[in-house]
Design a protein around this ligand. Structure first.
Ligand code: HAM
Length: 419
């Protein structure tokens, strides 16, 4: 058996997990400030959910899903993203009957069989939000401002916001016709992926990364210039409101996003420093998605942010994450009686909320002191038979080297005060 995690997966190790916990804490506070409640849905869903929700023609569904038959012969898929499962839950639990807007957030693992590279994994973590029931651009701004505020609270600088509109099914239908007419004479010059997308998903051709294709596409008509009046006024409303709260943005007419459910507003937050996997956060409106799974016509909008990419960007920008409190005290017993005594003392210290450790390895005093140093214990107290008898011990401050005689009874209270 290979003692190695499967390709594209990563362990989050004890000495780095505090960075994740820090970001998760800031996220939970942000979500409370914005009135979002947490939702947790299953890691796997019925495969049809993603085929229908994310879209049969997308790369995710065509190439990247972890799909298998379970022991009952049902086709199951590990979620490649969070939105479809949340829409399923919204419909299943009749959330349309509750107060709206319905504002939900989640922190999940997601699974895509991708070509692995830095910032692109097969198991990755997303923080996402979804809002149901609000049709106007006011909620678009709320959603966008939330991601923007998270970056600010984490101290990130220079993350760029790109926005676009993908219109509604009506204006998009007309536009796709126009786009296909433009593309037909160029097809043989485009890459194989673009040619494959021509029938299945022509909009995706617009954000092909191949330089040759980009050259050919530079005069392609843009959907943004072909929006119907309602979609145009929604997009203008979004721009005005972003200006109003002072969030800068670029309009990227070629941004189409990789999922089929989007209508009108789409957006991405990009780090200009990180090459290919620069998109930290992506989202948009999906006004038709709830209607695909129910007879209710409920608009929705949300985003998901890649946690690995966010942490990578924080590291690139040299953002220091506060380290959690370390060990307050290490108790080093000498001999069996002292060990039994220390066992009770460490229990009392922990019960009082103090981070306390004691030797459990039967080490010599010298080895215990070495270990206390390694785990960066703030204080050490050595307890032998004499100390127990006199109820007195030396409390050593490991940073300053200062030593104090203390009564063993008082250690709990003393540390509570200093700690
Ligand atoms: P997405 O653009 O597919 O959108 O993913 C959102 C973010 O997840 C990306 O911007 C990226 O940071 C991260 N991500 C995606 N794939 C990987 C990967 N293989 N490795 C590491 N990070 C990755 C969605 O998932 C939509 N559900 C977003 C949404 C929510 N739209 C509306 N509501």
């Amino acid at each position: 058996m290979a003692v190695q995690s499967p390709k594209g997966t990563r362990d989050i190790l004890p000495w780095e997990v505090y960075k994740w916990q820090y970001v998760e804490k800031i996220i939970a506070e942000l979500c409370r400030n914005f009135g979002y409640g947490e939702i947790r849905t299953p890691v796997f869903e019925h495969t049809e959910l993603f085929q229908k929700g994310v879209g049969d023609a997308t790369d995710i569904v065509q190439k990247e899903m972890y799909t298998f038959l379970d022991k009952g012969g049902r086709s199951i898929t590990l979620r490649p993203e969070g939105t479809a499962g949340i829409v399923r839950s919204y419909v299943e639990h009749g959330m349309a009957n509750l107060a709206h807007p319905m504002k939900l957030y989640y922190i999940i693992t997601a699974y895509r069989h991708e070509n692995v590279q830095k910032g692109r994994y097969r198991e990755f973590n997303q923080f996402g939000i979804e809002v149901f029931g609000a049709p106007g651009p006011s909620v678009d701004v709320e959603v966008i401002s939330m991601a923007d505020m998270l970056f600010k609270r984490l101290g990130l600088k220079g993350i760029e916001l790109n926005i676009n509109s993908l219109g509604c099914p009506a204006c998009r239908r007309e536009y796709v016709q126009e786009l296909k007419e433009f593309l037909t004479p160029l097809l043989e010059n485009l890459c194989i992926d673009c040619r494959n997308r021509f029938e299945r998903n022509p909009l995706r051709i617009l954000d092909c990364k191949n330089e040759k294709c980009r050259q050919h596409l530079k005069d392609a008509p843009a959907l943004l210039d072909n929006l119907c009046d309602e979609c145009k006024s929604h997009f203008d409303g979004l721009r005005e409101r972003l200006d109003n709260i002072g969030i800068g943005y670029y309009v990227d007419k070629n941004m189409v996003r990789g999922l089929d459910y989007y209508t009108r507003t789409v957006f991405e937050f990009i780090s200009p420093n990180v090459g290919a996997q620069a998109t930290i956060c992506g989202g948009g409106r999906y006004d038709g998605l709830v209607g695909l799974f129910s007879d209710q016509d409920v608009p929705g909008i949300g985003f998901a942010l890649g946690m690995e990419r966010l942490l990578m960007e924080m590291e690139n920008q040299g953002i220091e994450v506060p380290k959690p409190d370390g060990v307050d005290i290490f108790i080093a017993p000498i001999g069996k009686t002292a060990d039994i005594f220390a066992e009770k003392l460490v229990y009392q210290l922990r019960n009082a909320g103090i981070n306390a450790e004691k030797d459990v390895m039967g080490r010599s005093l010298k080895a215990q002191m070495k270990y206390a140093d390694k785990i960066e214990a703030a204080y050490v107290v050595v307890i032998g038979d004499n100390e127990i008898e006199s109820n007195k011990a030396v409390l050593r401050n490991m940073k300053t080297g200062e030593e104090k005689d203390v009564s063993l009874d008082s250690i709990v209270n003393r540390l509570k005060k200093t700690g």
